[in-house]
Design a binder for this molecule. Structure first.
Ligand SMILES: [Zn+2]
Length: 337
């Protein structure tokens, strides 16, 4: 039987417990989170809702490869309890930024647990090296033993810097791993709202799966001879793996690398030889090279793809799901015509 006295004691005990909780465990204060780029920022907002305040370092239409951090970024990281990064060397500037800050929170590597793809640029774009039909002129860098000079694609010598493709978010299936890593970190930081985060996660993963199914259906309808896509840089290998498309590009894995004249000549030849009819520009970076390639080959510009940054709120890709939907429908429209 609960006496008045013991009830009062219990109430006092609850108050005492509440007072003992550190500030950071109270769930009425949103968790300050920093995300390195817009896709991660969107995912954190989808899972955290009103319980997070998200600062995104590289915003809409920004190029994370080429980003130069600011003092404001260091301040944001100093105040963050959680820092969400892609990993796989996508944010080459991150370590120095963290060193320049007073970060004492938890770093979440969103790609932890995925199976990274080796950078396949060498294997795909150089397939014609094997057909012995006189493509060698002007091309000594990429002759039959040319793979050894292509360090990014081949790590036989143990030089594996940049050998793993960081653009994992281009797989809706792998994106579920990003979401799991983010959800677990939020739940640890704010256990009182863990139930909310896991409910949001479940709904979001359902949406990822539904869109994945939809894109599979869209791509399944494309003709078999119309499944090679030209983009500015090699950002779509995971998308290509999931849906059976081949992506080729004059630039490598990062927008930091310049396309060599030989790479451009090779690509133009491949577009002509394979009858590729559409090339796609990207929302980040400079479209001039792709426009020149289109002019020289007679290929059309099939539209704008979003390799690694969302659009602004009024653009076609203000969220990650919108971005993936936009990329798929843009590709399908151009390849089907
Ligand atoms: Zn990229």
């Amino acid at each position: 039987m609960l006496t008045r006295r013991s009830l009062l004691t219990s109430v006092a005990a609850v108050f005492a417990l509440a007072l003992c909780l550190p500030d950071t465990a109270r769930s009425d204060r949103p968790i300050p989170v920093v995300a390195t780029f817009s896709i991660l920022g969107d995912m954190v907002k989808q899972i955290g809702g009103e319980h997070v305040v998200v600062t995104t370092l590289v915003g809409p239409d920004g190029d994370t490869h080429m980003y130069q951090p600011t003092p404001a970024d260091a301040r944001a990281i100093s105040e963050a309890r959680i820092l969400v990064v892609n990993g796989l060397q996508f944010e080459g500037w991150l370590d120095r930024l963290i060193e320049a800050s007073d970060f004492r929170g938890v770093q979440v590597v969103a790609t932890d647990g995925i199976e990274p793809m080796a950078y396949g640029h060498g294997a795909d774009a150089h397939a014609e090296d094997d057909d012995h039909d006189g493509h060698a002129e002007g091309d000594d860098r990429h002759g039959h033993d040319g793979h050894d000079t292509h360090a990014e694609g081949d790590d036989h010598d143990g030089h594996d810097h940049g050998a793993l493709d960081p653009h994992v978010w281009q797989s809706l299936r792998d994106a579920a791993v990003y979401v799991d890593n983010i959800t677990a970190a939020l739940a640890r930081a704010d256990p009182g709202n863990a139930g909310v985060f896991y409910r949001n996660r479940a709904a979001y993963v359902d949406a990822l799966k539904a869109l994945d199914t939809r894109i599979s259906e869209i791509v399944a309808g494309l003709p078999a001879e119309s499944r090679t896509v030209v983009t500015s840089h090699d950002a779509f290998a995971y998308f290509g793996r999931d849906y059976g498309l081949t992506f080729i590009a004059p630039q490598g894995l990062s927008t930091e690398s310049e396309a060599s004249a030989q790479d451009v000549v090779r690509l133009i030849r491949q577009i002509r030889d394979d009858g590729i009819r559409a090339v796609f520009i990207e929302n980040i970076g400079d479209p001039r090279l792709l426009k020149r390639i289109a002019d020289e080959t007679g290929a059309v510009i099939g539209g704008t793809l979003y390799p690694g940054a969302l659009s602004g709120p009024d653009g076609p890709a203000p969220t990650y799901l919108d971005m993936m939907r936009h990329n798929a429908t843009t590709l399908a429209r151009a390849l089907a015509s």
